[in-house]
Design a protein. Structure first.
Length: 70
């Protein structure tokens, strides 16, 4: 299911227009992104928890060019 199909199905289930549903989805994602940028965790009941985890840098090598990068 792609974004357009998801918005159409959500619109059908909620009874609001596809445009309003798409706007709401955009606002939801923007708000979730902002909370994650600020370091907050987000828990969605029945779905999961989202949080940002910091990982140590590591050196990787491009197998084609043999170029090393962080």
């Amino acid at each position: 299911m792609n974004n357009k199909e998801f918005a159409a199905e959500l619109s059908r289930r909620t009874g609001i227009s596809v445009k309003e549903t798409t706007d709401l989805m955009g606002k939801l994602i923007a708000e979730m992104t902002q909370e994650l940028v600020e370091g907050s965790a987000i828990a969605v009941s029945g779905f999961g928890t989202f949080d940002v985890k910091k990982k140590a840098e590591r050196i990787s090598v491009n197998p084609t060019t043999k170029q090393r990068m962080l």
